[in-house]
Design a protein around this ligand. Structure first.
Ligand SMILES: Nc1ncnc2c1ncn2[C@@H]1O[C@H](COP(=O)(O)OP(=O)(O)OP(=O)(O)O)[C@@H](O)[C@H]1O
Ligand SMILES: [Mg+2]
Length: 238
């Protein structure tokens, strides 16, 4: 089986600025991958590039082993890979939750009845069964984030890319999300600063630093708690 998505020597910079991604190599395949990196290191940029929302200045991107050249290739990629934006307001644009979650399946050519059924089923899976008739613009930040995820999952993509999915989530909802993601059959690529969350969900960690990706054994970066006397004063660990 060829790799789902492969990036080769990708360089990208915003106009008038230094490259954010510099001869970067990355593969997104069958596992659940966490992508970490400092603020501004280019994680969101990398995800936008994978979805074809921006184009690299140089390098090559392969989808199932083939270069993406035509609009049809990109359409196929976007059908296969669902993308949940960092900001839910970029994803939600219909008046009600059910309209937003039905929009994707309708767009894929399903009938109104089937699309609604797919939407309701997805909302149910996410524990949002009673949200169907809520007004999207009146949802809380965390509720919006889950509904944004529902709009993507309702299309039943093969792979899912999430940009900081635990932002704005309370502890209960965050735990619910961990269980939901672990039960999903989709390949996952998740950007997060929440390492404890990643520890529960992903099996591989990619680190973006100075425009390049390196892979780490997750055990090196796992979160742990410790306690000792004078722990509330400034101190160093060797
Ligand atoms: N549309 C844009 N135009 C110009 N510069 C941009 C644009 N979007 C992002 N940048 C810059 O590119 C760099 C990478 O931004 P990006 O949003 O990809 O980082 P990030 O790793 O996702 O950060 P965060 O963890 O804060 O979400 C930053 O220096 C940012 O200021
Ligand atoms: Mg970002």
């Amino acid at each position: 089986m060829p790799c789902l998505i492969e990036l080769k020597n990708i360089t990208f910079g915003y106009p008038g600025a230094m490259p954010v991604l510099d001869e970067l190599n990355f593969d997104f395949d069958t596992d659940a991958t966490g992508l970490v990196g400092d603020n501004g290191s280019g994680k969101t940029t990398l995800l936008h590039l994978i979805m074809g929302l921006i184009n690299p200045q140089s390098g090559e991107m392969l989808f199932r082993g083939k270069p993406l050249t035509t609009d049809a290739d990109w359409l196929e990629l976007r059908k296969t890979v669902g993308f949940v934006f960092q900001n839910p307001d970029d994803q939600l644009f219909m008046p009600t939750v059910i309209e937003d979650v039905t929009f994707g399946p309708l767009n894929l050519g399903h009938s109104q009845a089937t699309a609604k059924e797919m939407a309701l089923q997805t909302l149910e899976t996410l524990g949002l069964g009673n949200f169907a008739d809520r007004l999207t613009h009146k949802l809380s930040g965390g509720e919006k984030r889950l509904v944004a995820m529902a709009t993507v999952l309702s299309m039943q993509p093969e792979a899912l890319i999430l940009d900081e999915p635990t932002n704005d989530l309370d502890q209960d909802t965050r735990h619910r999300l961990i269980h939901i993601l672990r039960d999903l059959p989709q390949h996952l690529l998740i950007v997060s600063h929440d390492w404890d969350f990643l520890d529960h969900v992903v099996d591989r960690l990619a680190v973006l630093d100075e425009g390049k990706i390196s892979y780490r054994d997750f055990s090196v970066l796992h979160v742990h708690k410790h306690a000792h006397l004078a722990g509330d004063a400034d101190h160093h660990h060797e």
